[in-house]
Design a protein. Structure first.
Length: 251
């Protein structure tokens, strides 16, 4: 091959590489800007505490987390309790009333993610929230399609739709459009799903349509970095200290 041809090819490769590098750097700069209102949610049982325990509530409030999550279900008599079960036994679970009283007495800012495991008696949940003047700081997750009618008809708290889909289609625009339609139809404020399904383009599409995206549960540094690049509205984690420090370093 002639020398001048080799030179042209080398210059072409260098030019292409430079353009790609510049575009990649710009892309990284763009996607590491977190949206306004971004939150870190302390998953129930964060920082080595027992799930759905008073110890967890104390730790989350001590750490001044923006959002804490508790699981909510009901005993057979309709009493709301904090436990990860579809139906609680007569003596199972911390009373929801006790949990909300503690939160209201010890924090004026923390928001509460009520992860529903049942919708058997939502009016009792609202009554307790109102008794302690904390309803405006609360919202539902755990709202699967089977719960939508009950949550929507009650209509007194905003909610994310918990929705799963084929991870092999997570990069497919048609699939993103389908998921967007499902969430819109549900009346939810956004999508809450497994971090394994995270995708930047899906998040962008939701934001363009005025909807939020929340991912759970990112516990490793690798998963946290991946989600921070995708820039959703919320990341739920059992390690809020690690995630917060990572964000602070970036800033």
């Amino acid at each position: 091959m002639k020398t001048w041809i080799k030179t042209i090819l080398i210059l072409f490769v260098i030019t292409v590489f430079s353009v790609v590098t510049i575009m990649t750097v710009k892309y990284i700069d763009d996607i590491t800007t977190l949206p306004d209102g971004f939150t870190v949610t302390a998953h129930s049982g964060s920082e080595g505490t027992p799930d759905n325990s008073m110890e967890f509530l104390k730790k989350a409030i001590e750490l001044n987390v923006p959002v804490l999550e508790i699981d909510v279900t009901f005993r057979r008599d309709g009493t709301p309790v904090v436990i990860h079960k579809d139906v609680a036994g007569d003596s199972e679970g911390m009373l929801f009333d006790d949990a909300i009283r503690y939160i209201s007495e010890n924090s004026e800012t923390v928001r509460v993610n009520l992860d529903l495991k049942s919708v058997a008696n939502l009016p009792a949940v609202i009554e307790i929230l109102d008794n302690y003047g904390i309803r405006e700081r609360c919202f539902y997750t755990g709202v699967e399609l089977r719960f939508v009618d009950a949550v929507r008809s009650d209509g007194r708290l905003p909610y994310y739709l918990n929705y799963s889909f084929n991870k092999f289609k997570r990069k497919n625009r048609k699939e993103h459009e389908r998921i967007l339609a499902v969430v819109k139809d549900s009346g939810a404020i956004g999508l809450n799903c497994n971090q394994k399904l995270a995708n930047r383009n899906l998040v962008a599409m939701f934001h363009e349509n005025g909807l939020l995206v929340s991912y759970w549960t990112a516990n490793s540094e690798k998963d946290m970095k991946k989600l921070l690049l995708i820039a959703p509205d919320n990341i739920t984690t059992r390690n809020p200290v690690m995630l917060t420090e990572m964000i602070d370093k970036k800033n």
